[in-house]
Design a protein around this ligand. Structure first.
Ligand code: ATP
Ligand code: MG
Length: 381
């Protein structure tokens, strides 16, 4: 065998799990202020008082979920007075799904019998909390998905008012919002606004130095020495800085090391990183499109079909091309705004030719967008 080749049982990873997106890192720097603010809000609950509500805001990949998960870990180790419940609102995007998740996490009893109404479910939750004398701390993670689906107020209202029906019961709330375009105050109904006065905790994007620190730490933990030379980690950091999401860095490291392994090399090359960047771009787009609602996909599909190198359709042209059973007019303008925020399209205003028109440019590669949309449709059939 050639000396520098990996034999089949060898690996370049010391621990591949540390690059998984759900991995909760031991080392969690640069978020001390945010963690302190959360601890301050939660602390009264340890002595039986009311936990203060908080809202964590910041773009994707800025450590919001991780900071809450770390606090939850430490709460589970130190107190029984507070019961932490994490709800991923990307998955549980309706009032019923959220309360089902809260119920199953609390009682560990499995889903409620079919036919249970939301009102009954909330009653069952309240009775359980009353009996156990605990304070649930519910984290509605990626709550922006509840806002898009018009479910946010329906979830918040009963949680905020539960103590009125069941005296002595309190729920602590941590709301995580990763869409910077959301105007929180405007998303709240008056009846919710009057009882919801959260402390807002901001998670700004990491600087290049901080991204380097986070990725360096993970490389030390997850790879054998010299697998990823420093100058190549710098290439990865440059890519991450263009998008701002640490996840991209973790994904690029893992993929490029897998390419090096596949080629039976002992270290990563620039070519491995380039291949990883290409594959990762497709994955990012696939995830983004995967997170859209059916109506949003329909609008994106028509925009992509009408778009070419020479022309960009107007929003009016896209609306006219929508099938009769498509989304309502009021919803369409929200959809355009959301696709723009997700950088799937660019909305550009023009006053040329009389009258104000909005042109829709496709931000991503047209063929790739259409392929991913077709794949999604096939999977749904
Ligand atoms: N300060 C940090 N130290 C170590 N790892 C970090 C840090 N911040 C983020 N990460 C890692 O980056 C990834 C993304 O972090 P996290 O899921 O907490 O972001 P988020 O703000 O919740 O993003 P999103 O809004 O997209 O859900 C995770 O894999 C996490 O381990
Ligand atoms: Mg998150």
């Amino acid at each position: 065998m050639k000396p520098n080749l990996l034999s089949w049982e060898e690996t370049l990873f010391r621990d591949q799990d540390v690059f998984d997106l759900n991995y909760v890192p031991e080392q969690f720097d640069y978020r001390d202020d945010q963690t302190q603010s959360l601890v301050f809000a939660i602390r009264p609950g340890i002595k039986g008082g009311k936990i203060l509500d908080t809202v964590c805001r910041g773009p994707p990949g800025t450590g919001k979920t991780t900071s809450v998960k770390k606090i939850f870990e430490s709460l589970r180790e130190t107190t029984q007075a507070i019961l932490p419940i994490h709800v991923n609102c990307r998955i549980d995007a309706s009032e019923y799904a959220v309360f089902t998740r809260i119920y199953t996490s609390l009682t560990k009893r499995g889903p409620p019998p079919s036919g249970t109404s939301v009102k009954q479910l909330i009653d069952m939750i309240a009775r359980f909390v009353e009996q156990e004398q605990i304070q649930p701390l519910v984290c509605l993670d990626d709550a922006n998905y509840l806002i898009y689906e018009n479910q946010f107020n329906k979830v918040l209202y009963p949680l905020l008012r539960m103590h009125e029906v069941f005296p002595g019961i309190n729920f602590g709330l941590i709301i995580i919002i990763s869409d910077p375009g959301i105007d929180l105050q405007n998303s709240l109904e008056v009846r919710v606004q009057s009882t919801f006065h959260p402390e807002i905790i901001q998670y700004p994007p990491y600087s290049a130095r901080e991204i380097a620190g986070i990725l360096n730490e993970r490389v030390k933990q997850g790879l054998y020495p010299h697998v990823l030379p420093t100058e190549l980690l710098d290439v990865i950091i440059d890519h991450v800085m263009k998008h701002g999401d640490v996840r991209l860095g973790l994904d690029l490291i893992k993929r490029s090391v897998l390419y090096a392994e596949k080629a039976a090399r002992k270290s990563v090359t620039e070519d491995d990183i380039q291949k990883a960047v290409d594959a990762s771009r497709d994955m990012h787009l696939e995830m983004l499109i995967g997170s859209l609602s059916d109506d949003e996909c329909l609008v994106l599909k028509i925009a992509a079909e009408l778009f070419s190198d020479e022309t960009s359709p107007t929003t009016k042209e896209i609306m006219e091309a929508l099938p009769a059973k498509g989304p309502k007019l009021t919803r369409i303008s929200e959809i355009f705004k959301r696709l723009d925020r997700l950088r799937l399209i660019d909305l550009q205003y023009s006053n040329q030719g009389g009258g104000r028109r909005r042109f829709v440019h496709l931000h991503e590669d047209r063929a790739l967008v259409l392929t991913i949309l077709a794949r999604r449709e096939q999977a749904a059939d």
